[in-house]
Design a protein around this ligand. Structure first.
Ligand code: MYA
Length: 590
């Protein structure tokens, strides 16, 4: 796979923000498409559009709840089943940026196809790419890359969704080195269609103290293996043409050659796979929003009410403008992230943010486009209701947005929290924080970062001068954020894990900061580009102004709520609701 051709590793941008740090050279200039990336993207997106006109009818596939086999074959022939597979295994060897752009093109045309292809390559055989040995890759990748064989990712179980570690499927080692798998997986995309299943199961291990413990391991299971069976196709709200079924494993014997990576390391393998998958949802959302904005604009320009086209009314303009800014902000997030992945960045924080932000902005955009088309949008002959049904899942799967906010906050806090443990050695913590230079010997890493923060630059020096106001607000907010992170760690200690509303506030602040940073970087690149027209520069400047002001307000609201009494209302109201099994009284009661 062509990801990170440099072989170098660079730190996560978002992880650095938790220390109040931004390495400007890492975020400026915004990663650009090279000439050869542009050529490949253009050739592939043109080919996809041509194929779509001839062969894809998303409304019909939705109605039939099926993707015709010849369409799946055609997608394989276009190379869309092996986008990131190395050319030596018969794939296209695209890097993360190109994968995001090309995948997004097809995902927006038909989200059922997007999910089928995403489940196949962004998660289905991703563990094989990341961790598989040469023999496994040679055996499987050529057929997976052409779509001759489809793949599925089997993690979720009836009792294990968000809490992925609690899976019950068990793989027991036999005397001959094979494993016998028993268990059940739920809501598996491509189940039944796929021939290749990446399956996570618990295996027995002995820890350093000699105790028996269970850990998660990763196996390749083939459809034809005796004991593999499938449930009925699920009757879903949306993405109806994609296949979703339960998968059952009844004494399925798997050779040792089918273990992916190290035994017992399966949880990390699964999480790393999901990091890539989450990014695909972000990139799919960008193209989805562009498609929706085109529909909404057409409607607004063609529909006349009160003697004028509705595009000329303020409340329609407010919606068109919001969809455009949603799109631009998400595009900046996704392509900053993929550009840095190509340079070797660890990206679990960033991909979670792309998924959360992209799926929520996509949903908001569809809601606004539906409102513009109004009565028409509610009728099945128009595409809005299908797009709405198809898009709702993105807030749920590959980690619910709630779980990913918790992940963003807790994984981000972990770095400064480890450093802050040093503070336990100091008698008066708050004094030491006020004067870290005096405490240098004890505070080590933490103190160094605190000092850097105190003398930190007041603006992003590489930002375009016309964006100075937003740049200053960003650096000010970043400082507030890192101090809030420290204060939160000190206030809650280990109890932060059970304090989800504090996590929500931290996560929302993180998301807004990353959005502002990515938008400022991309707009700077556009404004510095002499080949971009004045009109395009005006358009992105206006969108940047709107995004940064809105994002700053969101940041400020979440920052305030971290310490205000507002969030204390929530558990109290919710307790009443739980005690009353719902709302609890009627207008006729009192
Ligand atoms: S597939 C199923 C999706 N399921 C999930 O996403 C499960 C969500 N749950 C989790 O992610 C985990 O259980 C959480 C951890 C996060 C809750 N990267 O103690 P821990 C490490 C790297 O926090 P837990 C589907 O939906 C962590 O550092 N490492 O664990 C298919 C620690 O390591 P260490 C990570 O409290 C849909 C260790 O793991 C990550 O149990 C089809 C333990 O961590 C990470 N992210 O819970 C989709 N997380 O021990 C098709 C944790 O070393 C898509 N760790 O400190 C197609 C797209 C279509 C687009 C179309 C658009 C229009």
């Amino acid at each position: 796979m062509a990801t990170n051709p440099t072989g170098k590793e660079i730190p996560s941008i978002v992880a650095g923000m938790f220390y109040g740090e931004i390495i400007e050279d890492e975020v400026f200039p915004f990663p650009q498409f090279s000439e050869s990336q542009k050529e490949t993207a253009k050739a592939m997106t043109d080919a996809i559009q041509k194929f779509a006109v001839a062969s894809i009818d998303a409304a019909k596939f939705d109605k039939d709840s099926k993707l015709p086999p010849e369409v799946l074959k055609g997608l394989g022939e276009l190379g869309l089943c092996g986008l990131t597979v190395g050319e030596e295994y018969g794939g296209l060897g695209l890097d993360s940026t190109l994968y995001a752009r090309v995948f997004a093109e097809i995902a927006a045309i038909d989200p059922s196809i997007g999910v089928t292809l995403g489940a196949h390559q962004s998660i289905g055989y991703k563990a094989l790419i990341n961790e598989g040995n040469e023999e496994q890759k040679k055996k499987w990748l050529p057929r997976l890359a052409t779509g001759e064989v489809f793949a599925a990712f089997c993690l979720t179980e009836p009792g294990s969704g968000s809490d992925a570690y609690s899976i019950k499927t068990k793989a027991v080692k036999n005397d001959d080195g094979t494993f016998t798998i028993n268990g059940q997986k739920l809501w598996i995309t491509n189940a039944g269609l796929a021939g290749f299943y990446t399956v996570f199961a618990k295996t027995d291990h002995t820890d350093a103290q000699g105790n028996k413990v269970e850990k998660i391991s990763c196996f390749i299971v083939e459809k034809e293996m005796p004991g593999v069976s499938f449930g009925e196709k699920e009757d879903k709200m949306g993405i109806r043409a994609s296949e979703t079924r339960a998968v059952y494993f009844d004494n399925v014997r798997v050779p040792a050659a089918n273990i992916i990576g190290e035994l017992g390391k399966g949880f990390k393998i699964a999480m790393n796979v999901l990091n890539s998958g989450r990014l695909s949802i972000g990139s799919g959302a960008v193209s989805g929003m562009k498609m929706i904005l085109a529909l909404a604009t057409k409607q607004a320009k063609e529909r006349k009410q009160f003697g004028d086209y509705i595009v000329n009314y303020g409340l329609i303009q407010e919606k068109l403008s919001a969809i455009a800014t949603n799109t631009y902000a998400t595009e900046c997030l996704v392509y900053m992230t993929t550009g840095k992945i190509n340079q070797g960045m660890h990206f679990e924080h960033e991909s979670a943010i792309c998924k959360v932000y992209g799926s929520e902005k996509l949903w908001d955009s569809i809601d606004k486009a539906t409102q513009i088309a109004a009565g028409n949008a509610y009728m099945k002959e128009y595409p809005y209701e299908r797009i709405m049904r198809d898009s709702r899942i993105h807030l749920i799967f590959e980690g619910t947005n709630e779980i990913l906010r918790i992940f963003t906050a807790l994984s981000g806090i972990k770095g400064p929290s480890d450093d802050l443990k040093e503070l336990g050695k100091i008698a008066d913590v708050s004094k030491a924080l006020q004067d870290p230079i005096k405490s240098l010997g004890v505070l080590t890493n933490f103190a160094k970062k605190r000092i850097t923060k105190q003398f930190t630059t007041k603006t992003l020096t590489k930002c375009h001068p016309s964006l100075e106001r937003h740049s200053q607000k960003f650096t000010h907010s970043l400082k507030d954020f890192s101090v809030s992170v420290e204060n939160t760690i000190m206030k809650y200690g280990k109890n932060i894990i059970g304090n989800e509303l504090a996590q929500l506030r931290i996560a929302n602040m993180t998301i807004e900061l990353y959005v502002q940073l990515c938008v400022l970087s991309r707009t700077t690149a556009i404004l510095n580009n002499k080949d971009v027209s004045d009109s395009d520069k005006d358009y992105v400047t206006l969108m940047t102004e709107s995004i940064c002001r809105d994002s700053h307000q969101q940041f400020t609201k979440n920052h305030a709520r971290l310490t205000s009494s507002y969030d204390k209302l929530t558990p109290k109201i919710s307790k009443h609701v739980a005690e009353r099994d719902g709302f609890g009284f009627d207008i006729i009661d009192f």
